[in-house]
Every structure is written in structure tokens, then in C-alpha cells.
Design a protein around this ligand. Structure first.
Ligand SMILES: *[C@@H]1O[C@H](CO)[C@@H](O)[C@H](O)[C@H]1NC(C)=O
Ligand SMILES: *[C@@H]1O[C@H](CO)[C@@H](O)[C@H](O)[C@H]1NC(C)=O
Ligand SMILES: *[C@@H]1O[C@H](CO)[C@@H](O)[C@H](O)[C@H]1NC(C)=O
Ligand SMILES: *[C@@H]1O[C@H](CO)[C@@H](O)[C@H](O)[C@H]1NC(C)=O
Ligand SMILES: *[C@@H]1O[C@H](CO)[C@@H](O)[C@H](O)[C@H]1NC(C)=O
Length: 471
């Protein structure tokens, strides 16, 4: 049973939330639920002390091995594999961090340095608190620095060479080949209230349902993209591939007008209703874009414009198997070729779309997002060469302290993504690191597939030119 205490006169959303919670059907088996106790928070102004910090239930063994992309956890932490992580290294990561997260005895604390853009920090911390509710007593003591800004900042070249100091370990949402920031799932898995993107678990269901609305063959035989064009030059470039009365590159490009859509309740940006084209374009914004998972979940073939950044799961995607690679330069021609190829080879194209949506629905389900966080934090904590401590000016965080005072969509999304009970299984088992040879082979295979597509594409356009000459 969930207990929600409302402060003062409840507003409409709070009432709705409370009613919605009453309706949550009781599970047939006896699951221990950890109640949210806003009364306790109000009375004592501290987080409840009655939280379980150990998992009392009998656990079923979890024989399952985590998805392949979990192997990257080892790679991301490799810079500290021999040195370990000292307090000095963590301190040095404070330079750009929004907050320091401290976990001691299963309880979470934060030292805040700067507020993040919108509610990125709030929902990231909320996600970590839910991890603690899912696996009470399992997440080890740690201290870590987190930066919520888009771009990675720990340049590998600054820490190379014989006299180099060890890099500061800094968590954020993405990195690239030149940086060593440690990638962590982004806030949108728990919701993005500013643009009405709901928590991943329920959105994933909507997407599955949206996917069923139009069979692949019945979808528009074009490549769809909708987004904010202002954030990157490459996106403005993409607008030039839009259909016009002079040419058709097979692309249908729409600019998202957030202000207008926010006034209309974001109905037109409803992600589940966007599975209507055979192809969907993914293109980075100012850095990686949270939209990638929504695009891949649609069964449509993702035309992936050569990305620079990776997040925690995208390194598990294989070109031509999960997506179709599109060049960053000369993208219109690249898109045109991809669309033509897919419409000529509908079975193969549909299979690519299907492989991507299966990857998203299976390997990126919320349970795995938590397991990824768990293993990353667990492996990170193993490297610490100091005893984590709660700093004097840190504040304790708990689900109550975040959700009881929250309002509107923020509160709604928190209640929707609340982990109600400890997991009755252990986290999946993390696969071992890639051995260097197989990692090399995998990267080479990826590179070769991209080159292969590039060669087909070149060939296609050369033939077109020949035909034009002859014709
Ligand atoms: C909530 O906390 C109050 C005050 O500590 C306590 O009396 C009450 O039993 C708690 N409720 C639940 C459901 O745990
Ligand atoms: C590294 O340090 C040593 C000893 O201080 C010095 O002789 C050498 O020039 C340094 N090398 C580089 C690349 O800075
Ligand atoms: C989608 O359609 C399939 C096959 O008709 C069905 O088994 C599945 O339950 C549907 N899924 C959703 C989410 O509607
Ligand atoms: C792309 O073309 C379509 C159809 O003409 C149009 O509705 C849309 O606004 C165009 N997109 C942009 C970003 O100009
Ligand atoms: C698609 O098929 C048409 C007609 O057979 C052909 O002219 C065109 O070259 C094909 N395009 C691709 C990319 O395979």
C-alpha cells in the first residue's frame, strides 16, 4: 500500500496522482512494498529511517547474463584499472560537476555545485534512488561526480604520455572517442516533464502499441524526421534534404516547434503516433540525443547519420543489422540511396527495423537500465581507494524528499516510475570484458559494414550519372 500525504490544499494533479495510485492492482503474490511516507518526512524533516537497507526476501538466483553492451562498463572504467580511484581524482572531477553523489550504507546523499538544465539532475537522482529501492543493500558505498551538461570534457589526450596524471572520473550521459567521461543512463528514462516525455517503462508500452497501428508495408515509403533544427548545423543541413517541388530525396523533415506544441499539450509530438514511416532518421543534436531509443523502437529502418557521440547502450548496435548508416557529408544522396534500397528490398529493410525494435524492447527494458546502473556503480566502487564518507554539507536524498513536495508532471512522472518493491531477482550477471582481439574484430566488422554501404552508395550514384549521360 502506498501512503501519500498531501501538503496543504491538494491541487488537481496531486488528487489525480493519489487516485491513480489507489487503482494500482494488487499483485497476487505477496510482494513487499516500500511505502512512500510523506507524513514522516513532514514530521521529522528527514528521510524515513525505516527504509530497508538489506533485501530480506529470499532471492531467486538470476542465471541470466546481461546484454552484450554491458561489456563496455569494463572499457569505460579501464583508465583506472591499475591505479584505482583516489579521493584526489574524484575531487579533480568537481571542476564541471553539477553534483557529487554519495552512497553510504544504502542511503544516498548529494553535495550540489550547480543546478542542471531543466530537471536533468532531479530525474537522474530520482533514478538512482529507485535503483536503491530496487536493490536495497546491494549498491556499495561510493562517492562520484556527475556532470549533467551535454558534452564530454575529460579529453584522453590530456592524460596520455609517460608523466600524465590519472584522469578524473566524471559521470555524464555521453562521450566520444576522444574523451573518457563515464556514460550513465540519462534522465529521460524516468521522464522529461518539460517536453512531456513520460518514463521509459510506460513509453515503451505506448511505442509497442504505436508500432502495431500501421504494418510496415503500409507505412509511408519515406524517411521521417522531426526535431529541433536550431541546435546543430548538421540538422540544418538535413532540412535541405526535405522534399520540395524541385527534388525528392525520400526525406520528410519537420521542424519541432516546442513553444507551439507546448501550448497544444504536445499532442503532435506524441512519440507513439510517429511510427508511420518505413524509415526514420536519427541525427545528433548538440551532442547525443535521447530520441535515439524512441526512433529505434518503431520497427522502421533507422537511417543513422554518422554519430560522434555514444551513450551507454548505443555501442551495442550493429550497422546494417540494427540500423542503416548514413554519411554526415552529402547526407541527401545517402538518404536517397537508403530509401531506394529499402523500398526495393522490403523484407531485408523490415528485418533491420525489427532487429532494432527488438533490441530496444528486450535489451533496453527498464530492468536492464537499472542493472546497467547497478553494475557500473558496483565496478566503479571496487576501484575506490578511500572510504566513502558523507560530507558535512551534503543533504540526504530519498524518494519522499523528492516527490512529496513535487508538483504537476514532475510528480506524476516520479509516481509512475517509482520502484514499489525490491526486485525478487538479483541483477543479471555482467559479462566479462572483451578480450582485445575480439573487441578489435567487433569494431572492424562495424567499420567494414559502414564502408560496404558507402561503396554500394557510390556505385549507385555513379551508375545514375552514367545513365543520365546516356539518356
Ligand atoms: C509514516 O510515518 C509515520 C511517522 O513516522 C508513522 O507513524 C506511520 O506509521 C508511517 N506510515 C507508514 C505507512 O509506514
Ligand atoms: C617526465 O618526467 C621526467 C622526470 O621528471 C622528465 O625528465 C621528462 O622529460 C618528462 N617527460 C615528459 C614527456 O614530459
Ligand atoms: C501487437 O500485435 C501483436 C500481433 O497481432 C500482438 O500479439 C501484440 O500483443 C500487440 N501488441 C500491442 C502492444 O498491442
Ligand atoms: C518539409 O516539406 C514539407 C512538405 O512540403 C513541409 O510541410 C515541411 O514544413 C518542410 N519542413 C521544413 C523543416 O521546412
Ligand atoms: C531500385 O529499383 C529500381 C528499379 O528496379 C532501380 O532502378 C534502382 O536502381 C534500385 N535502387 C536501389 C538503390 O537498389
Amino acid at each position: 500500500m502506498l501512503t501519500i500525504a498531501l501538503f496543504g490544499v491538494p491541487n488537481k494533479t496531486q488528487l489525480l496522482t493519489a487516485t491513480a495510485i489507489d487503482k494500482i492492482p494488487k499483485k497476487p503474490q505477496k510482494k513487499i512494498e516500500i511505502p512512500l511516507n510523506c507524513t514522516a518526512l513532514r514530521l521529522t524533516k528527514t528521510c524515513p529511517t525505516s527504509y530497508p537497507t538489506t533485501q530480506e526476501r529470499l532471492e531467486l538466483p538470476s542465471p541470466e547474463i546481461c546484454p552484450e553492451y554491458f561489456r563496455w562498463i569494463h572499457e569505460d572504467l579501464r583508465p583506472w584499472a591499475y591505479t584505482g580511484i583516489t579521493r584526489d581524482m574524484v575531487d579533480r572531477a568537481q571542476k564541471t560537476a553539477n553534483f557529487k553523489l554519495i552512497i553510504v550504507n544504502g542511503r544516498a546523499y548529494m553535495e550540489r555545485y550547480h543546478r542542471a538544465f531543466q530537471t536533468r539532475d532531479v530525474f537522474t537522482l530520482w533514478g538512482i534512488l529507485q535503483l536503491l529501492r530496487k536493490y536495497p543493500g546491494k549498491v556499495p558505498d561510493l562517492e562520484l561526480m556527475f556532470d549533467c551538461v551535454d558534452w564530454p570534457v575529460i579529453k584522453s589526450s590530456d592524460y596520455a604520455g609517460p608523466n600524465a596524471s590519472a584522469p578524473p572520473p566524471l559521470f555524464r550521459y555521453c562521450a566520444d572517442d576522444e574523451t573518457m567521461d563515464i556514460v550513465f543512463p540519462d534522465w529521460s528514462f524516468w521522464g522529461w516533464p518539460e517536453i512531456n516525455i513520460k518514463p521509459w517503462e510506460s513509453l515503451l508500452n505506448d511505442l509497442a502499441e504505436g508500432n502495431n497501428r500501421t504494418a510496415w508495408m503500409e507505412r509511408e515509403p519515406y524517411a521521417y524526421w522531426k526535431g529541433n533544427t536550431a541546435v546543430a548545423k548538421t540538422r540544418q543541413d538535413l532540412v535541405r534534404c526535405n522534399v520540395s517541388d524541385k527534388q525528392d530525396w525520400g526525406a520528410r523533415v519537420y521542424a519541432q516547434d516546442w513553444i507551439r506544441e507546448s501550448k497544444k499539450g504536445y499532442k503532435q509530438s506524441d512519440l507513439a503516433s510517429q511510427c508511420t514511416h518505413r524509415f526514420k532518421i536519427y541525427i545528433e543534436g548538440s551532442a547525443w540525443s535521447v530520441s535515439e531509443k524512441y526512433i529505434l523502437a518503431c520497427d522502421s529502418v533507422t537511417l543513422l547519420v554518422k554519430p560522434r557521440y555514444y551513450d551507454f547502450f548505443t555501442r551495442g548496435l550493429m550497422p546494417v543489422h540494427h540500423y542503416w548508416p548514413v554519411k554526415d557529408v552529402d547526407k541527401c544522396k545517402s538518404i536517397k540511396y537508403a530509401v531506394d534500397w529499402g523500398n526495393n528490398n522490403t523484407q531485408k529493410a523490415h528485418a533491420i527495423g525489427k532487429a532494432a525494435s527488438e533490441f530496444i524492447h528486450r535489451e533496453l527494458k527498464m530492468d536492464y537500465v537499472y542493472d546497467y546502473m547497478f553494475h557500473l556503480l558496483n565496478e566503479y566502487a571496487k576501484l575506490l581507494r578511500f572510504k566513502p564518507e558523507v560530507p558535512k554539507n551534503a543533504i540526504e536524498l530519498c524518494s519522499e524528499s523528492m516527490t512529496c513536495p513535487a508538483k504537476g508532471l514532475e510528480k506524476k512522472f516520479m509516481m509512475e516510475s517509482l520502484v514499489k518493491s525490491p526486485s525478487d531477482t538479483s541483477p543479471c550477471r555482467i559479462p566479462p570484458p572483451h578480450d582485445p582481439a575480439s573487441l578489435h574484430t567487433m569494431l572492424k566488422t562495424k567499420e567494414d559494414s559502414v564502408k560496404q554501404v558507402d561503396a554500394w552508395e557510390k556505385n549507385f550514384w555513379e551508375n545514375q550519372r552514367e545513365e543520365n549521360k546516356q539518356g
